[in-house]
Ligand binder design. Structure first.
Ligand code: IPM
Ligand code: MG
Length: 361
């Protein structure tokens, strides 16, 4: 079987972490007799510099014609002053929208090997947690009407949060189905005590609940959820929430797993074609220094194999290889606990080699 993967390295550490993931995919492909063609495409800050736009048409077309998209990270301080539509992040938002990738899955699991890197109190970390955040990805405030206008006190700016029943329902279905396959617990996070869009969100989730008698759904307000995540993360299994709340809570959840450098993500829509990317950003401060943690991108590639190509065994092989490497005490700088015996700090390329070695055994 041949798969055509659109590869967007992006900016900052993007090229380094993507290079790691491509090496892993190639090795796994050889093992399982599938071949991956990598079509490298330009998007983000580098595309602004060389082609004058964050998302060249040719890149979007190639993504639409691919079997899936693998993305590193886009953005950096160099492009911070640009207007919204010309910023590197616009590339990400447009790909999500144009490919119809409305469901963003962000697993946040505390690996037993990394308990020491968890910043929470020991008794909380010892309980462990395994959360699946389902973030709505193509609606809400990030895509709503926005603008500037003159108000009575001078210039004003506004962004609007708008959700249709259909948008809420389709993301709800993804979350309920995932909850059914996991522990049957689903928490829907909103701000229904203030926002009308959240009140509709809640209505639709409750209506859906009637179709899933095996799922126990509860609601939680987003401010409380932010607090509960650090107080008792183990109470969460599947979380479903809006675009903006999911953006914020998934960064919080990633940090309590030890490092944002560990968490993969999948963005899915109505077809098998998805986009897979680490949830972290382009980390310009460490770019080009072979210091980045490639694990989130490697695990994103594993999610692609599982969810888009149905190569479950190949996906698990990658995940097991990563766990073994961590169990051996091998760390990148972001997850290394100073003073911990039996651990060794590796560069990005050394970490990649270590994972490759586990795959090839
Ligand atoms: C993410 C990022 C993006 C988002 C930015 C870069 C537009 O923070 O994937 O979480 O907000 O969705
Ligand atoms: Mg984010």
């Amino acid at each position: 079987m041949d798969y055509n993967i659109a590869v967007i390295e992006g900016d900052g550490i993007g090229p380094e972490i993507i290079d790691s993931a491509l090496q892993i995919l190639t090795a796994v492909g050889e093992k399982f007799n599938v071949s991956f063609a990598f079509n490298k495409l330009s998007a983000g800050g580098n595309a602004i510099d060389s082609l004058g736009t964050p998302l060249p048409d040719s890149t979007l077309m190639a993504c639409l014609n691919s079997d899936s998209v693998l993305l590193g990270a886009v953005g950096g301080p160099k492009w911070d002053g640009l207007p919204g539509d010309m910023r590197p992040e616009k590339a990400l938002l447009s790909i999500r929208k144009e490919l119809g990738l409305y469901a963003n899955l962000r697993p946040a699991r505390l690996l037993p090997e990394l308990k020491d890197a968890c910043p929470l109190r020991k008794e909380i970390a010892d309980e462990g947690f395994d959360i699946m955040i389902v973030r709505e990805l193509t609606g809400g405030m990030y895509f709503g009407e926005r603008g500037r206008r003159e108000g009575p006190d001078g210039q004003e700016a506004f962004d609007t949060e708008c959700y249709s029943e259909a948008e809420i329902e389709r993301i709800g279905i993804i979350a309920f189905e995932l909850a059914e396959k996991r522990t049957g617990r689903l928490i829907s996070i909103d701000k229904a005590n203030v926002l009308e869009s959240s009140r509709l969100w809640r209505e639709v989730m409750h209506r859906l609940a009637l179709r899933y008698p095996h799922v126990e759904i509860s609601d939680m307000l987003v401010d409380n959820a932010a607090m509960q995540l650090i107080r008792n993360p183990n109470q969460f299994d599947v979380i479903v929430t809006s675009n903006m709340f999911g953006d914020i809570l998934s960064d919080e959840a990633s940090q309590i797993t030890g490092s944002i450098g560990l968490l993969p993500s999948a963005s899915l829509g109505a077809t098998k074609r998805g986009m897979y990317e680490p949830i972290h950003g382009s980390a310009p401060d460490i770019a080009g220094r072979d210091m980045a943690n490639p694990i989130a991108t490697i695990l994103s590639a594993a999610m692609m194999l599982r969810l888009s190509f149905e190569l479950e065994e190949a996906a698990s092989l990658i995940e097991t290889a990563v766990s073994r490497v961590l169990a051996k005490g091998l760390r990148t700088a972001d997850i290394a606990e100073p003073g911990t015996p039996d651990t060794e700090v590796l560069s990005c390329s050394q970490m990649t080699m270590a994972v490759l070695k586990e795959i090839e055994v």
